[in-house]
Design a protein around this ligand. Structure first.
Ligand code: NAD
Length: 308
């Protein structure tokens, strides 16, 4: 299968590496000059615990992407999705499927501006990855991928893609309700990412504070209420269990929003997590004071740190 990965940061490199190793024809598309140069010069290096491996893989800038592909896997940060799809429209042909694996909410609407609905596949993944330095990705751990065609006419090809990913060891499955999984993951992110960034603490430290439960439960309540209006039923008690189980497994971890904002002074995906819930809450007349305040505090911190 000819696959382009649009956004070749940590996750794009992980998926690109695993798919290439099982014989798929993968091209990475990215805009970070140092990363592109390193991969073109030395190949893509991956580090997995004690093991390292290096593969040759094509990496190009969006404006160099002209060759038609079967599938595009979108792995930009949320705020760059539309811009990337606009820039690579030359490779998105009538039958090109585009799979979105970003964290966050609202991406299907962005995708629909650039891709016919019959070609959209929405997904969610709990794999993780990091960038150690340009051209070097950290793997480690295990994960899954769920995906679902946005239109019934896309089910067969989405299932083919599931098989391709499964062969690559990505534990992929076809979902009958990917919106539920996407909202559930966004709600987990919505309780941990911004709170750890604002408090400059890891997940264990935040969840051990005396006020954590009140904050977490209010954020969950706001996600649950807005999700319901969006046609997704999240059970508050089940969501609380899910969040606490997830947080207990990664107590020492600094979530990506902490890494992006506090450690690397980069923009965050808050507008697609708590910010999305606050925006939609306003539209539906549902109060979302915690999500609203959290989003504003993150943007204020972005200003203070003069992020780029
Ligand atoms: P990333 O930040 O590693 O990469 C996104 C883009 O930023 C890429 O174009 C990359 O080249 C560029 N970039 C990365 N580091 C940079 C730097 N220091 N300077 C300049 N540019 C840099 O993003 P990601 O972690 O691959 O995430 C992509 C999507 O997948 C997001 O929606 C994220 O929430 C989601 N996701 C991430 C993980 C994870 O463990 N990283 C897990 C699940 C989902």
């Amino acid at each position: 299968m000819k696959i382009a990965i649009a956004g070749a940061g940590a996750m794009g490199c992980r998926f690109g590496y695993m798919l290439t190793k099982t014989g798929q024809e993968v091209t990475l598309i990215d805009e970070w000059p140092a990363h592109i140069e390193a991969i073109q010069k030395n190949g893509l290096k991956v580090v997995d615990g004690e093991n390292t491996d290096t593969i040759d893989i094509k990496i190009i800038r969006p404006e160099e992407a002209t060759e038609e592909v079967d599938v595009v896997i979108a792995f930009t940060k949320s705020m760059k999705l539309g811009e990337m799809l606009e820039k690579i429209k030359a490779i998105i042909h009538e039958d090109t499927k585009v799979l979105c694996l970003l964290n966050g909410l609202g991406h299907e609407d962005t995708m629909a501006k650039y891709v016919p609905r019959k070609n959209i596949i929405m997904g969610v993944t709990i794999w993780t990855a990091g960038i150690i330095e340009p051209g070097v990705a950290r793997l480690g751990g295990t994960g899954t991928v769920e995906m679902q065609a946005a239109d019934p006419s896309g089910v067969a090809i989405a299932k083919e893609l599931v098989e391709v990913m499964d062969k690559a060891g990505l534990n992929a499955s076809y979902s009958e309700d990917v919106h539920f999984s996407t909202w559930r993951k966004a709600c987990v992110n919505g309780t941990m990412n911004a709170t750890c960034a604002i408090l400059d603490a890891n997940i264990g430290e935040v969840f051990d504070t005396s006020t954590a439960e009140a904050i977490v439960m209010q954020i969950i309540a706001e996600f649950v209420a807005v999700a319901e209006k969006e046609g997704v039923h999240l059970d508050p008690a089940a969501m609380k269990d899910y969040v606490y189980t997830a947080s207990n497994k990664v107590r020492g971890h600094y979530p990506s929003m902490h890494q992006d904002l506090i450690q690397n002074h980069r923009f965050t995906e808050v507008d697609f997590l708590n910010g999305f819930v606050a925006r939609k809450g306003k539209e539906y007349g549902i109060p979302t004071p915690y999500c609203q305040l959290i989003t504003e505090l993150i943007h204020a911190k972005e200003d203070i740190l003069k992020v780029k």
